[in-house]
Design a binder for this molecule. Sequence first.
Ligand code: KG4
Ligand code: ZN
Length: 357
Amino acid sequence: MRILGIETSCDETAAAIIETDYGGKNVRLLANVVASSLPFHAKTGGIIPEVAARQQTTSILPVLEEALKTIGWEPPYKGGAKELPAIDAIAVTYGPGLIGSLLVGVETAKTLSYVWNKPLIPVNHLYGHIYANWIDSKTTGNKRFTDENIPFPALALIVSGGHTDLVVLKNHGDITWIGGTRDDAAGEAFDKIGRLLGLPYPAGPTIEKLAKSGTPKAYAFPRPMIGTNDFDFSFSGLKTAVFREVQTMKELNNQTIVDLSASVQQAIFDVLIKKTIKAAQMYQVQSVLFGGGVAANQTLLEQFAQSAQRFQLNASFFVPEKNLCTDNAAMIATAAFYNNQEIPWHELTANPELYFD
Ligand code: KG4
Ligand code: ZN
């Protein structure tokens, strides 16, 4: 079975094709095309929804064409045959996200479902981040992914620019939300604090690099909600603490920037790791999955592995390769395969507020 995935919930325009029936294990990645309007947003220090959506309307068809080319399909106007592409279903992110951006992907997917007469599968973007873990490493070259099948029950930590959530998966589609951020998401904290430090958007990858030359104990920033008896997070106070610290400084020199980066990153990771391990123990999961842009951070994964060992956590852990941690359409097609719930094209509407049920 081949699924075409489409993802346009934030600033990316992405299309991917996965194949699912080879050896019955995970899924094979055939195409993974991502166009980003990031260069437009780097200048403004954050995403301007209108700018993102306008870029997506111009990128969506070229991105789809590029993905479909990998399975030998070209549109008739480019000299291709009139046959339909060899795909069995179309999966699309219908929320959460920016409404203008979501509409581009959703309306394109509905149109293709209509004209090609292919089943349409709506996907929750957050499920997508979790399901990036099921894409076979042999087809992606991922070194960090272990090739075992992922055992249930599993705990997933989603850490992206818009979300920080802990969920328990008893099985495919059987997902229970156990906690999340009450204000800023972890990636949002990186980005907003990065802005205070004069770093380009998105700041997460830059802070990870700078932190390597800094001292994590240089500044004693708060670890918000680290000791609370729940699985919730709060990162907006951290941003205020950094703001206050920066205000007391005469100048931000290189040393202070690397030390602030290391200290901020450590404060965020201490909380994420503590609560993830606590949840893994309480729910006695057999595996821990990571997903979302912040999971691309190598330091987070190394520190989690060390803590897991220290607390004798008896669970395997899984991380998608870096380019599958950040937004992409392969994860959307994969989530569609494991939670296949097709609907008639005329019943699908974008839902920017979509969350876990
Ligand atoms: O999953 P994603 O691509 O988009 C959303 O669904 O939000 O995540 C983007 C977020 C940004 O906030 C970015 O700063 C953060 O992920 N990020 C990182 C790293 N790479 C991306 N944060 C920390 N370390 C990284 N290496
Ligand atoms: Zn995302």
